[in-house]
Design a protein around this ligand. Sequence first.
Ligand code: SF4
Length: 326
Amino acid sequence: MNIIQEAKEKVLKGIALTEKEIIELLEIPLGSKEDQELRKTAREVAKIKTNNTAYIWSAIGADYASCPMNCKFCSFGEDWKIIKKSVRYSTKEIIEKAKYFVENGARFIVLRTTEFYSIPKLLKIAKKMRQEIPGDYEIVLNTGELDMTISNLMYEEGISGIYHACRIREGIDTPFEIDVRRNTMKNVQRSKLDLISLVEPIAEEHTNEELARNFLNIVDCGAIISGAMARIPVKGTPYGNAKLISESRLAQIIAVLRLSGGDIVKDICVHPVSLEALQSGANVMVVETGAIPRDEKLEEENWNNIDMKKARELIEEANYTFKSQK
Ligand code: SF4
């Protein structure tokens, strides 16, 4: 049996791969016969593990504002001076955007902020959202560092999960200590909330070892959704002139992650989406609006021209059943 079939057998038994096994899969040459087998196998596994269902992760960037943390890949870093005029959406504006996502079938409504946004304010917005928008959608927060008490309080207030990541080259491309980010992930894991965490932001220079280690930390922190996100070279940031990783390599990484997470990681998300990535085992895709760390401007519509209609079409084209609930 080759390594791809061994990985399939393991993931279907609920066993996560080792660092060495993940690296071996990531080393498969792009475009080779093995690569084709890898993608096909990952899609088969996605069908079995997800009951062939796919979901939309809708994200609303609540504050287009400078952030003192200056992560090198993020357009909000205050040192890059990209943001000339801050915009902080009102609760009403956020609810309007959330309505569009819920009415069009998003399972997740994600409120995303810069690092130091007020948590009580976020909870107030979430509460209002529940009052004004009926439906079984899940509210997820993507904000700064959290302890367990706050995480549990969030759960009591109707939040279902937290997006948090220990980014690739955390501490080098960001000023955070790795343990600070990891502690938040661990606090969420110990709380009643779900953790969602992607391997990100991926660029060409990142090694297979770095990708594998990053993913295994996510598995160790018990994330129920993982996946891969590319680093977008935003003009004016330190990586503004860097190359974007190819769609094909991102899709290959998706295929590897689909086979690597045992029974911890249930769903695999890709951002930015491509049909190739969905056909390689991703079953969650992102539609986002507002303040976006991957763009220098405020996005009043939907980033990258992916709206809910287009997202559903892509999901159907990849032969998944689109669902707005678990
Ligand atoms: S990635 Fe987050 S913490 Fe880093 S600069 Fe951007 S908003 Fe701030």
